[in-house]
Write a protein that binds this ligand. Structure first.
Ligand SMILES: Nc1ncnc2c1ncn2[C@@H]1O[C@H](COP(=O)(O)OP(=O)(O)O)[C@@H](O)[C@H]1O
Ligand SMILES: Cc1ncc(COP(=O)(O)O)c(N)n1
Length: 274
């Protein structure tokens, strides 16, 4: 059998299995990629919220990245929860050593996870600067939601013009592409994500499903995009694929526990064959 593309997530564990590295891995697999993990933190989490987490020592995070790079090889990488400035610094220098990032050969998707969908903090307050200066400058693509946009730029996105202004402000931090996700714009009927390359805006419209079961939606979108970049698909097509992928995954989300259920990439695997 042909070896599938190899993709790495640098992310935290969600004990409830809805978001974090668990969402990333199942999306990679559903997209036909071989998923690998550099764990950054272990959260104590269920569908109701995050009650705590421990951080993995920064050098162990960096060692995980290097271990898979030297043996298996990495065709694209993404970040999720990074927890602290020290972990961000360790990730940035490991990425430089193995060639991850826009100046190396390996596409790098930075999902600037700051909090869970319930509002529990997943990134230290003093880590925002490191995220902007160390990771945005290395990113092939950054994928903030509107809360992260507000934290990173101070811009309150309420409509398409402010979404465009936010994309321009984020682009100034040095990524090659910016995707400002519109899922949190609850005052509109659709979910429009906006892609920007410093020159052109690409609007990615999509339906808004009336559900609270969207746990892991950002992770799933970024992982689907990363799996395409690993195959050498150009960014606009990779993001369009990711958008189609997340629409189907939100449509098939399921309820779980007493809080927010996860989106499901399993639609892509449905077959009667054993
Ligand atoms: N209720 C929904 N219906 C359809 N798509 C959604 C819904 N909520 C979020 N999405 C899509 O899921 C992706 C992630 O959304 P968003 O909520 O903005 O980010 P995050 O999950 O990081 O908070 C985006 O493509 C967004 O448009
Ligand atoms: C370990 C981990 N990583 C990321 C998220 C964000 O996902 P969401 O916004 O759906 O809560 C999370 N809750 N936990």
């Amino acid at each position: 059998m042909t070896t599938p593309p190899t993709v790495l997530t640098i992310a935290g564990s969600d004990s409830g299995g809805g978001a974090g590295l668990q969402a990333d891995l199942r999306t990679f697999f559903a997209c036909g990629a071989h998923g690998m993990v550099a764990v950054t933190a272990v959260t104590v989490q269920n569908t109701i919220g995050v009650s705590g987490f421990v951080e993995i020592p920064p050098d162990v995070v960096a060692d995980q990245i290097e271990a898979v790079a030297v043996d298996i090889g990495i065709q694209a990488a993404k970040t999720g929860m990074l927890a602290s400035a020290d972990i961000i610094l360790a990730v940035a220098s490991a990425c430089d050593r193995v060639g991850i990032g826009k100046d190396g050969a390996i596409p790098f998707v930075v999902d600037p996870v700051a909090a869970s969908m319930g509002g529990d903090q997943l990134l230290a307050d003093n880590a925002l600067d490191a995220l902007r200066t160390e990771l945005f400058a290395r990113a092939t693509l950054v994928t903030p939601n509107l809360d992260e946009v507000r934290l990173l730029t101070g811009i309150d996105v309420t409509d398409v013009p402010t979404q465009k202004r936010a994309a321009e402000a984020l682009y100034a931090y040095g990524p090659q592409w910016v995707l400002v996700k519109g899922g949190h714009m609850k005052n509109v009927d659709d979910c429009m994500d906006l892609l920007y390359d410093g020159d052109q805006f690409y609007e990615l419209p999509g339906p808004r499903f009336d559900t609270g079961d969207t746990h892991g939606s950002g992770d799933t979108l970024a992982s689907a995009i990363t799996s395409q970049l690993a195959r050498g698909v150009p960014m606009p097509e990779a993001v369009a694929f990711g958008k189609r992928f997340i629409v189907r995954s939100v449509r098939d989300s399921y309820s779980l526990g007493k809080g927010h259920g996860p989106v499901s990439p399993f639609w892509r695997l449905s077959t009667d064959e054993v």
